[in-house]
Design a protein around this ligand. Sequence first.
Ligand code: SAM
Length: 327
Amino acid sequence: MKDAYNRTIDYVRIAVTDRCNLRCFYCMPENGIPYEPRPHLLSYEEITRLLNVLSTLGFSKVRFTGGEPFLRKDFMQLLENTANATDFQSIHITSNGTLLEKHIPKLKDLGITKINLSIDTLDPERFKTITRRDDFEKVMRCFHLLLENNFQVKLNAVIMAGINTQDIVPLAKLAERYPVSVRFIEEMPFNGGYKQNVKMFSAQAIRTTLENHFGTLTPLPGLHGDTSTEFSLPGHLGQIGIIAAFSRTFCNTCNRLRIGPKGEIKSCLYDDGVFNIRDFMRSGVSDVELTEKFEEIIRLKPKDGFEAERMRKAPNTAMKSMSSIGG
Ligand code: SAM
């Protein structure tokens, strides 16, 4: 379905939980965030119903994220339902890689092989400082196991001035030996509102750092809905990418909707939630009414992240944690 700016909206990101077992300081305060009680979360049957409605509107790609999706006990059941009882062929997961390993065989059985892993550094000590947990080895083991099992892996690294800019080149070098896309992301202010001074290292600064090491980078042609500007490097098996998440330079090709753990819909990451689809669904509406509601939401999708920010009712100091939005 097209929105008012002629963008085809066909990709939904669903945060299946707001819980996380890491405490990345750019995402959550050390003591976590107040988690939603389980009955407040969309059930997997409700998520499956929403996916079926969205597929009638032409949605074809779904990403499950969170929080940490593998923390949710019925997550594998949800994946099974999505693979077997919806028309979604393009099923993706974003994970921190700490709990995924034991699910690799089942994921393969289901044909779900597109995984984004988050890792902001290759230095175990810095990993501990950033995530406030000692899970570096676990994440790296998961990364290697996924590759050995022929998963299509993308790595996401949030880059912050004064914290991990020295990791940009070592992380990029992973693309030399492995067929992965290593993507560098600008920090955004979605940290639960507790941290006002975001140490944003811009997409341009990331590119300059990479070019100082690898030479001039020429962008690859973009794919539909790409937020990442991708570059190939001569002699590398994989590629690298830069996501200008704070500069918001890709909104004109945005193709996505987000659904949070409690069913709150965001038609832009920078809005403060435009509708609660869980409450609407639980009021007993039909699939036709759900479809019409999605059509209305898509029609009203803001032009870009700056417009969405201007339209917020809550102040920017109330920016939620990415864990409850679905990064
Ligand atoms: N637990 C999973 C994970 O770690 O990938 C999925 C949820 S996490 C919120 C999804 C992505 O959002 C991660 O790649 C994380 O680095 C990114 N993220 C979280 N907070 C962010 C922020 N303030 N700015 C930019 N990216 C952020």
